[in-house]
Design a protein around this ligand. Structure first.
Ligand SMILES: C[S@@+](CC[C@H](N)C(=O)[O-])C[C@H]1O[C@@H](n2cnc3c(N)ncnc32)[C@H](O)[C@@H]1O
Length: 248
């Protein structure tokens, strides 16, 4: 599990991602898919610091968030006083009542690094969806991401938030011997103050990217039927978004 989302990194994440990600657009995109499927209750997995939650709450929608990190949930709760957030693991969770749609946003599927992680997650989601419920999620496309990291072993993302300029320098170790197209991701977060580099944190995590075929097979094995596949460029990486219906 990434330590990126714990302690002070949760606050840095929040600051940086608000300038990477256009959450109004992100909300409009996912809400459109939810409405197309006539969903009236939604669980967002990997709800993070509650930026999408805020938009769901502003529109008085039936929304709850689930995240593994207490520190991310603390920020989400501060931002959304009337929203419900559950601390839990997407690989094994149980809601009080099933919902019509479950979202996994912001490429949080990258943290499902073994096949068992993926199968357990889809199985849990299946159990927590109403009949005809939909699962909507994104994932980083291995076929485009792996060549990209080979050509760009070091990637710098810059973000300005509240007049502070943050940088994140990422290194991807495309060590081909790792199982399941897992990648070791080292990221250094820093600011430049008076021309001097000030390191905020060094983060190390293992993440996984997927091919579309793998995801199709995982869904098939877990009794989901794909109803839409969207090729979507997100802030830095090429992703696919899948809408899949629970099969009885
Ligand atoms: C890249 S962030 C995305 C957050 C948010 N969706 C956004 O777009 O800003 C990934 C989130 O997934 C959460 N996460 C990682 N593994 C998880 C797991 N097994 N169960 C639930 N949440 C998890 C992390 O704590 C983090 O908040």
């Amino acid at each position: 599990m990434a330590n990126l989302y714990d302690g002070k990194m949760a606050a840095i994440y929040d600051a940086m991602y608000q300038s990477f990600v256009n959450y109004d657009e992100e909300y409009a995109f996912y809400n459109n898919l939810i409405q197309e499927n006539k969903s009236s209750s939604t669980l967002e997995i990997g709800s993070g610091t509650g930026n999408l939650a805020k938009r769901f709450a502003e529109n008085n929608q039936n929304y709850q968030g689930l995240d593994y990190s207490d520190d991310m949930i603390a920020i989400a709760k501060e931002r959304n006083k009337n929203c419900s957030f559950i601390q839990g693991d997407m690989r094994d969770f149980k809601l009080d009542k099933p919902v019509d749609s479950i979202l996994i946003t912001g490429r949080s599927t990258s943290y499902l690094i073994t096949n068992d992680d993926v199968n357990r997650t889809f199985e849990s989601i299946y159990k927590n969806l109403n009949e005809n419920g939909v699962l909507i999620f994104d994932f980083i496309d291995a076929n485009r991401f792996i060549p990209f990291t080979k050509e760009n072993p070091s990637i710098i993302h810059e973000a300005e938030f509240q007049n502070i300029n943050y940088k994140r320098e990422s290194h991807w170790d495309t060590n081909n011997s790792l199982e399941n197209f897992m990648l070791e991701w080292t990221a250094q977060y820093y600011t430049i103050i008076n021309g001097e580099k000030e390191v905020i944190e060094n983060d190390f995590s293992t993440v996984r990217v997927f091919t579309l075929n793998e995801i199709q097979l995982f869904l098939y094995l877990n009794n989901f039927e794909i109803i839409k596949t969207i090729d979507r460029k997100t802030y830095a990486y090429d992703t696919y978004v899948i809408v899949a219906k629970k099969i009885a």
